[in-house]
Design a binder for this molecule. Sequence first.
Ligand code: ADP
Ligand code: MG
Length: 253
Amino acid sequence: MTKPLTMVEIRGVHKSFGSLEVLQGIDLTIEKGSVTVILGPSGSGKSTLLRTINHLEKVDRGHVRVDGELIGYRQDGDRLYELHERHVLKQRAGIGFVFQTFNLFPHLTVLENVTEALLRRPRAEAKQRALDLLDRVGLADKAAAYPRQLSGGQQQRVAIARALALDPKLVLFDEPTSALDPELVGEVLDVMRDLARAGTTMIVVTHEIGFAREAADSIVFLDGGRILEHGPPAQVLDSPVHDRTRAFLSKVL
Ligand code: ADP
Ligand code: MG
């Protein structure tokens, strides 16, 4: 049984693309309300790991549970049955996802980009909720603007507001600041720090070591589809066990 304090349980997860085994047996437990930063070289499987958590990638072996619920499958005795797409969508609705490239709809206003996630709510309620979220990321005054009128940092903050629209149990971030000009990185990290302080359970793939050091409860170092390190920031960043971690950190620090 999953302990009630656990938000994400990843057990024995393997994933291959053709003959390339991208995840080679991942075990990871993430506590409710914690911030986990995933570090690792390009191609180490970071994005794939995030994507298995909401079943954007199907695992070949192992399983993922979020808040006790098996993702993508239904268990019946010893057998697993893949869930119907509409059940997967329901599970995904409880997990926010923020991408490197924002992925806003260019033909919708900022407000509409956020309310788009709230189509099932009464209109006035959806609008108020979206305005509250935009206020939270400091962009209430941009509600009527179109994405192209915003800076990259502002667009990413809208994307964060949208990811929060359905009150997710968990928010996944895949290199949320990697596409931004350096002077715009800080405003996005500030919003993420606020979320962390508010107790949002977050898993963040990033190379922003400063953010990792101050905001993360734990850091995972992924290399070649395996977790080489997992521990508090001071341990992983200052006293890593593996030479490969040291080599990686010497490049990004
Ligand atoms: P990271 O995010 O750490 O850079 P990824 O998880 O994106 O790594 O990718 C890990 C490896 O899997 C890379 O070699 C990548 O080319 C490969 N890969 C990722 N997605 C696919 C896919 N859909 N089809 C084939 N190969 C893929
Ligand atoms: Mg990636």
